[in-house]
Design a binder for this molecule. Structure first.
Ligand SMILES: Cc1cc2ncn([C@H]3O[C@H](COP(=O)(O)O)[C@@H](O)[C@H]3O)c2cc1C
Ligand SMILES: O=C(O)c1cccnc1
Length: 339
């Protein structure tokens, strides 16, 4: 998989054009930075951003046996039904931006074969990583491959921006474990309340995850793929695949909250060249999101205290990203005004 470095000529052309638009230089702030990033990602001036598609990867987590979530695991399958009926927050926000919502089962621990979604189940949830590795490396690679395939297919169908979303009770635990292992941040700084744990329950979640890390025998020499297999989630691995394939195909991927950013962190560890491609939609209220964004050296677009996932923050940020591409095509220059 090759990730292109940004074309300097395209970046220069975009910056020069931004400075000719009918506005004070630099006055569109972050919108201008996003416009430059979009030109870099697509390798095009002007970049065209349209037809967003949302990939909601779903899977369960064996670690929920340890009481690390405020909700029961059955909610994962129930929410799939909700996505299909159009009743979830991501359906509402997706509809507002005219985006297709694709739900993919890569590891839901229930028979949902009758649901009209993408069926790529690798196993019925991960194993409990307090006791054994969550997945084999083969399973992790298979989940990444599903994400790559879905992304490639969507890009072929003309979607010019992909949004990462997920559903999986317990997935903040897998994400925190990944972030702690891959950034060396102390567990206390990267474990949040997820779906709404009380403080003493969060402390228990920290203790469980610390013990799990010791049991998994993760050292400085453990590879990113091995870490993903040991503690990660199937849906997280799938989103890693989406993020990698998007960059390889020069298509922007708008990354949602904490869980999606954990997938992006894995992607960057596997392919460091994707760094400049990372576009984080919002800063989640989940503790640890800020730390991982600092580590990745990316600034979120929005800050709305969301802590939902599903791709909701990315769907909300999408109009801002689209606007950043539109100014390059639709705004007049001073030359147009005869100046
Ligand atoms: C009804 C409901 C809908 C959701 N949609 C996303 N999540 C989010 O919460 C879960 C992660 O939090 P934890 O690690 O604490 O279980 C994931 O499913 C995530 O997508 C939801 C959670 C619930 C309960
Ligand atoms: O930011 C997220 O992605 C998130 C936070 C809490 C629960 N679910 C998702």
């Amino acid at each position: 998989m090759t990730i292109k470095t940004f074309n300097n000529e395209v970046l220069r052309e975009t910056k020069a054009h931004l400075d000719q638009l009918t506005k004070p230089i630099g006055s569109l702030g972050r919108i201008e930075e996003l416009a430059i990033q979009l030109a870099g990602i697509t390798g095009q001036f002007p970049p065209i951003i349209e037809k967003p598609a949302i990939v909601v990867a779903a899977a369960d987590h064996g670690i929920v046996e340890e009481g690390v979530s405020a909700y029961p695991p059955e909610v994962t399958a129930l929410m799939i039904e909700n996505f299909v009926r159009g009743g979830a927050a991501i359906n509402v926000f997706g509809k507002q931006i005219g985006a297709e919502v694709l739900v993919v089962d890569v590891g839901v621990n229930a028979d949902i074969s009758s649901q009209p979604i993408i069926h790529q189940k690798i196993r019925n949830g991960t194993r409990n990583f307090l006791r054994e590795d969550a997945m084999t490396e083969e399973e992790a690679l298979a989940a990444i491959a599903v994400g790559k395939e879905i992304a490639n297919d969507l890009i072929l169908k003309g979607h010019r921006l992909l949004i990462t979303g997920e559903m999986g009770i317990g997935n903040t635990s897998a994400s925190s474990a990944l972030v702690a292992c891959l950034t060396q941040e102390p567990m206390e700084r990267v474990v949040g309340i997820g779906t709404g744990l009380k403080e003493e329950e969060r402390q228990k979640k920290i203790a469980v995850l610390k013990e799990a890390m010791l049991n998994r025998n993760i050292t400085a020499g453990t590879s990113p793929l091995s870490i993903l297999a040991k503690v990660g989630g199937l849906e997280i691995a799938t989103l890693t695949g989406v993020i990698l394939a998007g960059a390889a195909k020069q298509t922007p991927v708008l990354i949602d909250g904490f869980i999606s950013t954990a997938a992006a962190l894995v992607a960057k560890k596997l392919e460091p060249a994707i760094g400049p491609y990372l576009m984080i939609a919002h800063q989640s209220a989940e503790l640890g999101h800020e730390a991982v964004m600092n580590y990745l050296e990316v600034e979120p677009i929005l800050q709305l205290d969301l802590r939902l996932g599903e791709g909701t923050g990315a769907a909300l940020a999408y109009p801002i990203v689209e606007a950043s591409s539109r100014i390059l095509r639709e705004m007049a220059t001073f030359k147009d005004l005869g100046l």
